[in-house]
Design a binder for this molecule. Structure first.
Ligand SMILES: Nc1ncnc2c1ncn2[C@@H]1O[C@H](COP(=O)(O)OP(=O)(O)OP(=O)(O)O)[C@@H](O)[C@H]1O
Ligand SMILES: [Mg+2]
Length: 229
């Protein structure tokens, strides 16, 4: 079988992605025909003013929402041609997601939070959880609960959790938005390290240091990409 180089390397291929929300009788065109590709190993920052459509785009890329029109290929598979079960499977195996507000479950320990997505995917994970907690510098906190951690530590646990199923793509929506600048810097450094190890990283950010750390910047405004492709 022959494949083009693009098919071998493209983690994200978005074609004319459009998302229209219905707000009462009003239509909100949150994304308007956005097209771009992300190659394996890229570190991309998505910037833009509030309301530009950044979270909407990330939710589509993370298969958490469906576009009104347009197509999305993740890892060379057309996301919305799949039935729901296959799409869930694709999301679990391909994408890790990190949120601004961390999203840890308060009643679970650090280690249980990290392992949780692997339980849903029916994968064994104890060793990998240990390795990831080591990588984010929190192995000594494995039995603690989230409320015993600082914001930066919670975000590092959330990053370890996002990586438990060995995704090819890490998506993050303002991951430093709730952190002071020094703590945010440690998250940026961690993303750089993960990217240097081969992980494809795409981050929505208002943080100038994060934007500079990414090797590629895409600017969204009024649901459209201002530059990039
Ligand atoms: N569920 C929804 N229903 C209706 N409108 C929505 C919904 N979600 C987002 N919108 C609208 O879509 C547009 C884009 O929103 P989005 O959350 O993607 O912006 P954003 O770039 O992430 O902004 P911020 O920087 O403030 O997080 C905004 O006009 C917003 O009000
Ligand atoms: Mg947002």
């Amino acid at each position: 079988m022959t494949t083009s180089p693009q098919e071998n390397t493209s983690v994200i291929a978005a074609q004319a992605l459009t998302k229209i929300y219905q707000r009462g009788r009003e239509e909100v065109r949150a994304l308007d025909a956005v097209s771009f590709t992300v190659a394996r190993g890229e570190f991309t920052a998505i910037t833009g003013p509030s309301g530009a459509g950044k979270s909407t785009l990330l939710n589509l890329l993370g298969c958490m929402d469906a576009p009104t029109s347009g197509t999305l290929r993740l890892d060379d598979r057309e996301v919305h041609g799949l039935d729901e079960r296959a799409r869930t499977e694709l999301r679990r195996s391909t994408v890790g997601f990190v949120f601004q507000h961390f999203g840890l479950l308060p009643t679970l320990t650090v280690e249980e939070n990290v392992v949780l997505p692997a339980l849903f995917a029916r994968r064994s994970s104890a060793r990998r959880a240990e390795m990831l907690l080591e990588k984010v510098g929190l192995l000594h906190r494995r039995t603690h609960r989230p409320h015993e951690l600082s914001g930066g530590e919670m975000q590092r646990v959330a990053i370890a959790r996002a990586l438990i199923n060995e995704p090819r793509l890490l998506l993050a929506d303002e991951p430093t938005g709730n952190l002071d600048s020094a703590t945010g810097y440690s998250i940026i450094t961690l993303f750089q390290q993960l990217n240097a190890e081969g992980l494809t990283v795409l981050v929505v950010t208002h943080n100038a240091v994060m934007t500079a750390a990414a090797r590629r910047q895409l600017a969204l405004r009024d649901g459209r990409l201002a530059d990039g492709k």
